[in-house]
Design a protein around this ligand. Structure first.
Ligand code: ADP
Ligand code: MG
Length: 265
């Protein structure tokens, strides 16, 4: 599904921020990427999505090497990758259903996309995605009037509207109330299983990675320093991964007090 070999990713003329010799992710795997801030987690997800072109090496996604493929070959791959972001990335003033229909853009014909006209199929897929995330009663509500947890559900529905083969989630629960974090992760696993998709998510808390992934990849300075099942992730491997970092994110979700501090900061 995803095959990375001797991959190097750089931003401009800076030294590589990702340098991975070999990393294969198979169909329907549930992978969590953990590691300190700046380790390259988001860059890895962006590279899989095709937003960042590698400087060297191979990144094959659904059989297409994104490092060398032309735009026309990359596009169908990109369309089958649904992404959920930390900050939701919804269009605030649009309703739930319109945000979810955005997931259909690019899958529908170009002129329809440009005009924002959606087919009966687009609407049916969007409606089923909205029901799947439990927002059928809020279809016409504006996105910015929803709670953080609900907004992230909309983002999951938008990803589902792409009928994704791969779901990428970049710290999907770092901006939601800790009380909702587990619900969102459970929802993501549920939709991943239902759609037989491959899941790759970056998570800030190793504890959540342990509980919600079957395979954990530890990144540090752009390199894979851990790759294995949660049972192999020992306290020592965590110490090594977060070496030199003052506060280890070892416990579950952030506390309410921490959230309040970040809000008032
Ligand atoms: P993480 O998601 O693990 O925190 P990132 O992938 O965001 O890490 O960043 C990896 C490294 O790449 C960091 O050193 C960061 O400063 C750098 N970086 C990320 N995005 C850009 C960018 N758009 N331009 C230049 N450098 C970047
Ligand atoms: Mg990041």
């Amino acid at each position: 599904m995803i095959k990375i070999e001797y991959l190097e990713v750089k931003y401009g003329r800076n030294p590589p921020v990702l340098s991975i010799d070999k990393l294969h992710i198979g169909p329907r795997e549930r992978v969590a990427i953990i590691g300190p801030s700046g380790a390259g987690k988001s860059t890895l997800l962006r590279t899989i999505k095709g937003y960042v072109r590698p400087a060297r090496g191979k990144i094959e996604v659904m059989g297409v090497n994104l490092a060398t493929a032309r735009r026309r070959e990359r596009q169908p791959v990109n369309q089958r990758i649904g992404v959920v972001y930390q900050q939701f990335h919804l269009v605030k003033r649009l309703s739930v259903v319109k945000n979810v229909l955005c997931g259909r853009l690019g899958l529908t014909s170009r002129w329809r996309s440009l005009l924002g006209i959606f087919s009966a199929e687009d609407r049916a897929v969007a409606w089923s995605a909205i029901c799947e995330v439990g927002l059928s009663k809020k279809v016409h509500q504006r996105a910015d009037t929803l709670s953080g947890g609900e907004q992230q559900r909309v983002a999951v529905a938008r990803a589902l509207a792409q009928q994704p083969t791969i779901i990428l989630a970049d710290e999907p629960v770092s901006s939601v109330d800790p009380a909702w974090a587990e619900d969102i992760l459970e929802l993501i696993l549920q939709v991943q299983a239902h759609h037989n998709a491959t899941l790759v998510m970056s998570l800030h808390q190793p504890d959540l990675a342990r509980r919600f992934a079957d395979r954990i990849i530890g990144l540090r300075d752009g390199k894979v320093v851990f790759d294995g099942p949660p049972s192999m992730l020992t306290e020592n491997s965590l110490k090594e991964l977060y070496r030199g970092i003052d506060s280890l994110p070892l416990n579950g979700a952030a506390t309410h007090a921490e959230k309040d501090q970040t809000r008032s900061a």
